[in-house]
Structure formats: structure tokens, C-alpha cells
Design a protein around this ligand. Sequence first.
Ligand code: NAD
Length: 471
Amino acid sequence: MKDLSKNYINGQWVNWAGDTIDVHEAGTGEVIAKVPASGREEMEQAIAAADDAFATWSESTLEQRIKVLEQLHAGLKERAGEIAETVCREVGMPIKLATGIQAGLPATITKTYLNMLPDFPFSEQSGNSEVQYAPVGVVGCITPWNYPLHQVILKVVPAIAAGCTVVLKPSEIAPQSAYILAEILDGTDLPKGVFNLVCGEGQTVGDTLIKHPDVRMVSFTGSTRTGNLIAHAAADDFKRIALEMGGKSASVILPDADLAAAVKGTVNNCLLNSGQTCTALTRMLVPAEQHDEACELAAAAFAKMTPGNPLEETTRLGPLASAQQRDKVIDYIKLGIEEGHTLVAGGPEAPEGCDKGYFVKATVFGNVKPDSRLAQEEIFGPVLCVIPYNDEAEAIRIANGTQYGLSGAVWSADADKAKKVASKLRTGQVFVNGGAFNPMAPFGGFGHSGIGREFGKWGLEEFLEVRSLQL
Ligand code: NAD
């Protein structure tokens, strides 16, 4: 078991002697690490350090920032194997996928900012004014457990690149990769106090971070429920907020689409990270006359996804990240049966041979009513709702008919038609006929899915205030 009873404050590892939080291995349920359940005092010390460091880091040169990010990028590459295994054990994502995504994306994202920084316009001319883009101040970063390092990097890298200082409170369920990040940054030329890590519960250290007057921005990724608390707290002293929250994304399969390819693309997306992905395509909208065929195709694809040990190279579907998440997903599967939808594959029982760890059966419901709880609420597990529709207008209405608006997909043999329908979806991104993920494209949500955007120049702009000098 790894003892991580320490926080990283003002360039120092500060030992913690108080209560700790157990970190569990998703595939076995065993305790694999412990981290501090820090108190408000530790968080206040970290905020003070970030506040002190802001005066100098906000004035740092572009060369200094680039050098630190180059060092960080090299460190992320060097420790990629360790990051992949750590996240695989904590979250349950199969090792092959974790290597590409959980360890690969943080380095890729850091590289995109390295490429962008030399030419980023930190000032521009508008008539007789010089418009300057200034760092917003001390940023509180609060992150979830499903892509734990990726979500941290999407905040910490552009914040530091913008000249901000940071206090990070990672998820207490999957915190270990944040410690690896702190170790890497400790070995770079980043001045003390620019990056701080405090681990603990949301209700204590998270609460202190979102309410502290010296924190000028909170960048949050997590549930819509917590995002709502943060928006209220931030309003009290007009902190800036960037919120990346939940989703219930629709995959709209139009009548002329290649049904098999569209179902395959939807299923693969839905089951990525065992459905613990904010952008998961969890509602598959199909023409009513193709409903049964679509269900058969989905059921066959789900049947192939038998859950297994995430540390094995051949495993494609891992467990869920925690006992709480497993129980929540099983409750939703039972709800789906109670609500009267057609159970097409899977079910609430534990999968065979998986008596340890947090496994659930990949489950498909057919004939799902668009207004039911199953079709409206974020489940965050391997559960697909197949929803029949009668015409295109109804499909768009159903797709837009939740409180969320994070992602979506449209499939059609006619590329222009697919683009036209995609442009009617009230979501931050839409995948058209399986278009590839782009780390330079803006990412974020409409409605209850979010405020603000991450990735690319949009992600950097979040951390900048605008000042105009009239000359
Ligand atoms: P969560 O809201 O429970 O926790 C997220 C973070 O907030 C954790 O670090 C937690 O400790 C902290 N927190 C909890 N209560 C707090 C409080 N009162 N004050 C301050 N901080 C507090 O979310 P989760 O269960 O860790 O993550 C799953 C959710 O995240 C899902 O809803 C998912 O859709 C969402 N998510 C969104 C995106 C996106 O980019 N839109 C990406 C990944 C996950």
C-alpha cells in the first residue's frame, strides 16, 4: 500500500499526521493507497502560497513558462507507464486504453499548449487601444476521478501558461496521478508556490477553496450537483468559474445511415471507461422501423464486452471505479426494469466470475421512453438506452430534450445532411459520422453540462482577464 500522507505546499512536501482516505483498486476492492483528509488550515496555507507566488509568476516571461512546460512534458512521457498502471488500478480502465488515454492525453495536451504559446497573442491593437490579456490570479482547480490526470492537466497547464498560480484539489477517489504530477513539477524550474496540491474531501478542503477571497477563479470538472454549489459560492464574491459537468449525450442515427457502423461507433463510445465518461453516447436514437435491428446489433456488441481484469492487455471492459458507483449503476438498471423498458442485454446481477471488485454487466434497454428517468439522468456506467423516433424533427427534439448538452453524434449516408442535423444539436460538440477526437477543438457544455471551454486557445483564454489601454 502506498502511503501518500502529504500535501505539496509552497514547493515543499508537507507531511500529514491526521485522518487519511483509503484509495481502492477497482478490480479487487483492495486498499492500495492512503491520502490525507486534509483540514481547512492546509488549504489556507496553499492558497496563501499561491497568492504570494502570483506577484512574480504573473510577470514571468514566455520563455520561463515554455521551459517549465517542456520539462513537464518530458516528465509525463518518462512516467507514462506508471501513470497508466496507477489510473488503471484506481479507475478500472483497461491497461491498453489507459496507456493511450489516461497517460497519453496529458502529454498530448501539454504539447498542444507548448506549440501554441510562442504565437499566442497576449496583447493586440484595437484602434487607439492596446488590449492586454492578463492572468486572472490564484486559480482553484477541483477535479473528478474518471480521467483523473487528464482533467487536472486541462486546468493546470493552461493556468500556468497564462501566468496564474494554482491550488489543486484532486478527486479523493483517484488522487495518485496528481501526486505524480506534483513530483514532476517539483523537479522543474517552476518557482515555489505556483503549483500546490492539497488532498481531501470536497466538503472541507474543496469548500475552503471555492469560498476563499484570495482565489479569483474556480475551474471545476465533476457532477452538475457540485458545479451548482460552486456557482453559488463563486457568486458571493464574483469569482470567475469554468464548469465542466455531466452529460446524457445522444447518438442520432438517421434512416439512411449504415446502421451496423453507427451502432458499433455508438456502443464503443458508450462503453469507453465502462461508461464513466462525461461525453458517453448513452442514448441511441434510431428510426422506429429499425429499432429491433438496432437493439439486436447493440446486444451482440455488448455481449462481446465481457468485463475482466483491467490489468490484462486483452481486457476491453473493466470494473467501475468505486463500490458507490457500482451500486448507483445497479440501482439504475433496476429502475430501468421497474420503468418498463425492454431489457435487451445485461441486467443488475454481478457478471459471472467477478466476485471481487466493482463490476457490473454492460446493459442495453430498448423502447426507452425519452422522458423517463433512465433516459434523462446521467448513469455513469455501461448502460445504453435505445430510443425509437418517427421523424427527423422528433429525433432532434429528443436529442435536445434533457437538461444536459455536452456531446452528441449524428450518422447519415449524406454528409451534408448529417452536418445540418449536427448543427441543430444544443451541445458543445458533435461527432459527425464518427469524426475523430481533436485535442485542439473546444470542449465544454451547453445548459447544465457546463460554462466555459477547455482545450486549445479556448482553454487558455479561460484563465485570462482583458485589459485595454487607451493610448
Ligand atoms: P463530484 O462532483 O462528486 O466530485 C468532483 C470533485 O468535486 C471532487 O474532487 C470532489 O471532492 C469535489 N467536491 C465535492 N463536493 C464539493 C464541495 N461541496 N465543494 C467543493 N468541492 C467538492 O463528481 P465525480 O463523481 O468525482 O465525477 C463524476 C462527474 O463528473 C460526472 O457527473 C461526470 O459527467 C462529470 N465529468 C464531467 C466532465 C466534463 O468535462 N464535462 C469530465 C469528467 C467528468
